[in-house]
Design a protein around this ligand. Structure first.
Ligand SMILES: Nc1ncnc2c1ncn2[C@@H]1O[C@H](COP(=O)(O)OP(=O)(O)OP(=O)(O)O)[C@@H](O)[C@H]1O
Length: 279
């Protein structure tokens, strides 16, 4: 059976007055159904642009996918219109980002926003959507779901907002969840709870997850396989076990060494010195 998602030779270019740069320079990886793949690397290595390319939501017009293919369930997504892509996002691919405040609209209640994909993609009526919203809020461990559904995002703590984002991302039971630094903005205790929640939901629903992170502690806890990026290129792809036991590339080893005791799970990567690992 072919992979759920195939990213083949992806190239992303940025046009600027000073010229063109290539922050993603021909990368390939696959994710199978139900698998969690960690996409790791230091800041600026191209992880987020890779994630955004998959859902065709690059940040500005200067940033373009100029090469490669993204194949979802055997279909090259280049063939999808903007309208079809709007259905893919939400229905087939859910997304969670680092800062839920950027994804949640401050002017609408949490309940209204979680209901939106249910009404749009699943065509649920007002009452059915409301009932499902409450179920979803319960599923992600939000206490007093009725009350929270009527609240606005700024009334919630960071952890609760992230739970609401997860409820929204999982609302239509997508095949693939893209989680870009889903725990980075949270305190350590909440980080662990949110990661556990994502893993529980994944197990219950068989969702594949692309977990973008700079945190190898998160990778060790959550992922089966890892793709390590550096400056727009893949430097290593392996199982989590092999990455931790037998890192093949010196850059991966340096990432591992930057984790205190290799298991702290909370360490942010220091910026690794330029040029040290040139092949
Ligand atoms: N909106 C943008 N406009 C121009 N260049 C961009 C834009 N977004 C990203 N880039 C370029 O692409 C590079 C890779 O960015 P990307 O956000 O994918 O890195 P990342 O690995 O996700 O890092 P971080 O963890 O800091 O988000 C950046 O260093 C920057 O040069």
């Amino acid at each position: 059976m072919s992979a759920l998602l195939q990213v083949e030779d992806l190239v992303v270019e940025v046009q600027a007055r000073r010229g063109t740069s290539t922050p993603v320079d021909g990368i390939s990886f696959e994710i199978n159904r139900g698998e969690t793949l960690g996409l790791v690397g230091e800041s600026g290595s191209g992880k987020s642009l890779t994630a955004m390319s998959i859902i065709k939501l690059l940040p500005t017009r200067a940033v373009q996918m100029t090469g490669g293919r993204i194949v979802l369930d055997g279909v090259d997504m280049a063939s999808y219109s903007n309208r079809q892509m709007r259905d893919i996002r939400g229905l087939r691919i859910g997304t969670i980002f680092q800062e839920p405040m950027t994804a949640l609209n401050p002017s609408f209640t949490i309940g209204f926003q979680i209901a939106e994909p249910l009404r749009r993609h699943l065509k649920l009526g007002r009452k059915a959507a409301r009932a499902r919203v409450i179920e979803l809020l319960e599923m992600v461990g939000i206490p007093r779901p009725q009350e929270i559904a009527s609240s606005y995002p700024h009334h919630l703590s960071g952890g609760m907002r992230q739970r609401a984002m997860i409820a929204m991302a999982m609302s239509c039971e997508p095949d693939l969840l893209i989680a870009d630094e889903p725990t980075t903005a949270l305190d350590v205790t909440t980080q662990a709870q949110i990661l556990d929640l994502i893993l529980d939901l994944q197990e219950q629903h068989g969702t594949a997850v692309l977990l973008v992170t700079h945190d190898l502690g998160v990778v060790a806890q959550a992922c089966q396989n890892v793709t390590v990026m550096r400056r727009g290129l893949i430097v290593e792809q392996a199982s989590v076990f092999d990455i931790f036991e037998r890192p093949a590339h010196p850059y991966t080893e340096a990432l591992l060494d930057s984790m205190p005791a290799r298991n702290a799970g909370k360490a942010r990567l220091p910026h690794i010195a330029e040029g040290v690992f040139e092949a």
